[in-house]
Design a protein around this ligand. Structure first.
Ligand code: NAD
Ligand code: DAU
Length: 348
């Protein structure tokens, strides 16, 4: 059994990881600021589990971190906490700098100071696992080879620039202070509990409400989709067996255009494709992401287990069975967000 300090565990991927680790018998301390995308409903199944502790807090809160780390003595810190949506970063880059850059740097510094007080054995067994994204590598043409761990960083959005910066800070803390860090750069996740600002849950919710399905531009941009549970299994494997100081790319071998995804959702829900509306493109829209996961496969034997055809069915089923979850979200502050992002978006 391990004790894990998970940050951002009330969000989409973090909550999946927390649920998996609690089911496996680990102890999880979940430190989350509960921004608009953090939702304690995601963790209701474990809220009274004795191995689960929730702390409402910010990764940039030094005082809180200096209390929590010695109190819980984690074997690993797993940093999911971030501002995660590209479209929001285009409107408000500063909040991405605050959490993704400053927050990660403060978290690293507090973890490093506490880690330095540990005895040698615990010190070398400790891990700081940073969750990052394939977007740090920029964009690919349709014929480029997929991103490897050696691909040069070329972030194009304020979101990816802030994540790239956080990755550099993690690397620097390993090189400068010897903190045992690992970074994973993952492709697009999908699955239950994803906030309905992202492509797949937004299209599911709109389709179920017979609302237009706003596809940016021609919808020919490509993403490499990975089922969230497979991502979380990769993280656990790396915490146990990954090499310190390394970076691992995690991806689904599953490239699809956005329009393909939206058409699959229409088909699965029995909704007409006439709901699809082509709207003005995202500024600086990356054309294609694709991950080459050879390193994690060769070193650790990881492969995605969930075929897209099955994963998307499971995802849609979850949104059908958990209408209250997403209806509560879209009836609140989300309406202002939607209005701001979509109401004045030109149809093309
Ligand atoms: P999310 O927006 O659903 O969740 C983010 C969580 O972090 C929320 O619970 C939020 O309350 C919390 N949070 C935000 N700021 C915080 C702060 N300052 N202190 C503490 N908690 C804070 O995001 P997600 O999709 O679950 O992404 C999680 C991580 O995975 C992010 O680091 C993201 O960059 C990375 N990632 C996401 C994807 C994807 O497809 N969603 C793919 C690759 C990597
Ligand atoms: O690649 C990993 C990244 O994937 C993560 O790091 C990010 O946190 C995560 O948000 C995601 O970023 P994307 O920008 O790829 O995801 P999003 O769901 O916002 O968009 C997927 C594609 O769909 C993208 O090409 C834009 C398009 N899109 C999105 C929305 C919300 C639309 O066409 N219409 C929409 O309404």
């Amino acid at each position: 059994m391990k004790t894990l300090l998970v940050t951002g565990g009330a969000g989409f991927i973090g909550s999946c990881f927390v649920l998996q680790r609690i089911a496996a018998g680990d102890k999880v301390i979940n430190l989350d600021k509960l921004t608009y995308s953090g939702n304690l409903m995601n963790l209701k199944d474990v809220e009274s589990n004795p191995n689960y502790v929730f702390i409402h807090g910010d990764i940039g809160d030094e005082k809180l971190l200096r209390k929590v780390l010695p109190e819980y003595q984690p074997d690993a810190v797993v940093n999911f906490a971030a501002e995660s949506h590209v479209d929001r970063s285009i409107v408000d880059p500063d909040s991405f700098v605050r959490t993704n850059v400053m927050g990660t740097s403060i978290l690293l510094r507090c973890v490093k100071d506490w880690w330095n007080t540990l005895e040698a054995e615990k010190k070398s067994a400790f891990r700081f696992h940073h969750i990052s994204t394939d977007e740090v590598f920029g964009t690919l043409s349709m014929t480029d080879p997929a991103f490897t761990e050696e691909t040069k960083f070329a972030p194009n959005s304020p979101y990816s620039a802030s994540k790239a910066s956080s990755d550099h800070f993690v690397r620097a803390f390993h090189e400068t202070y010897g903190l045992p860090t690992v970074i994973t750069n993952c492709s697009n996740n999908y699955g239950p509990r994803q906030f309905p600002e992202k492509l797949i849950p937004l299209m599911i919710a709109n389709a179920l409400n017979d609302k237009p399905l706003p596809v940016y531009g021609e919808g020919l941009n490509v993403r490499d989709w990975l089922y969230v549970e497979d991502h979380c299994k990769a993280i656990d494997l790396i915490i146990h067996n990954g090499r310190v100081g390394e970076v691992y790319n995690v991806g689904g071998h599953n490239e699809k255009t956005n329009i393909e995804i939206v058409k699959i959702i229409c088909k699965e829900l029995g909704k007409p494709e006439s709901l699809i509306t082509h709207v003005a493109d995202r500024k600086g829209h990356d054309m294609r992401y694709a991950i080459d996961p050879t390193k994690i496969h060769n070193e650790l034997g990881w492969l995605p287990e969930t075929k897209f055809e099955d994963g998307i069915k499971k995802t849609i089923k979850w949104y059908l069975e958990n209408k209250e979850w997403w209806e509560t979200i879209i009836s609140g502050e989300y309406q202002n967000y939607y209005e701001k992002m979509y109401a004045h978006r030109e149809e093309i």
